[in-house]
Design a protein around this ligand. Structure first.
Ligand SMILES: Cc1cc2nc3c(=O)[nH]c(=O)nc-3n(C[C@H](O)[C@H](O)[C@H](O)COP(=O)(O)O)c2cc1C
Length: 181
């Protein structure tokens, strides 16, 4: 099972990216999680730029999406909304059919950010029929260093719900479209 984990933060010491990388580390052997924290290379979306040839970074991004069985997203909140880089990346996916049937769930590294989460849920339920709102993993890791986050996720009290979440998401990815149980 190939899961693409997208971070909405371009910050070097991002807690959201660190959480996704910590999940990579504890993922069961049958779940290959790959973190993408490089949305800054995508040009600002315009339908004009969808004429071929596409920018190399867009081609690579779309290939990563296509090759995945499911997508996890973890993002900070900026000015009560979705960071521009993440919204831009999603705008690049709107006109094609790459994410229409792609299983998607959210992860979150902060006790704050609920306005961003509400906006992101609205966008994801617009672009994918398989965005699963019920599957959600959240830790209060705001302001923590990546190494401390990796260590916290290895602790049984956090590792158990994180592993359960990954297994549940992998099961959801393997289910036929329309089957949410
Ligand atoms: C420019 C800027 C704007 C922010 N705006 C908000 C906000 O509106 N609401 C909020 O809860 N946090 C806000 N934050 C805090 C970040 O969402 C928070 O620190 C987040 O955990 C950072 O994620 P990261 O470590 O992955 O970069 C803001 C941070 C920055 C730098």
């Amino acid at each position: 099972m190939k899961i693409l984990a997208i971070s909405g933060s371009a910050r070097r010491l991002s807690t959201n990216t660190a959480l996704l990388r910590a999940l990579e580390e504890i993922a069961p052997p049958d779940i290959a999680l790959t973190t993408c924290a490089d949305l800054g290379g995508l040009p600002v979306f315009s339908p004009d730029l969808e004429d071929l040839p596409l920018h190399d970074s867009v081609v690579r991004f779309k290939q990563c999406i296509e090759a995945s069985d499911g997508i996890l997203i973890s993002s900070p909140e900026y000015a009560r909304g979705i960071p521009g880089g993440l919204k831009n990346a999603m705008d690049w996916l709107v006109s094609g059919d790459l994410v229409v049937a792609k299983p998607i769930a959210l992860v979150h590294a902060s006790h704050r950010g609920d306005d961003m989460l509400a906006s992101l849920r609205l966008v994801l339920s617009t672009i994918s029929s398989r965005f699963n709102e019920e599957l959600f993993l959240r830790f209060p890791f705001m302001k923590m260093e990546p190494e401390a986050i990796a260590s916290a996720v290895r602790q049984p009290v956090n590792r158990a719900p994180a592993e359960a979440f990954l297994q549940e998401f992998a099961r959801y990815c393997g289910r036929p479209q329309g089957d949410r149980a």
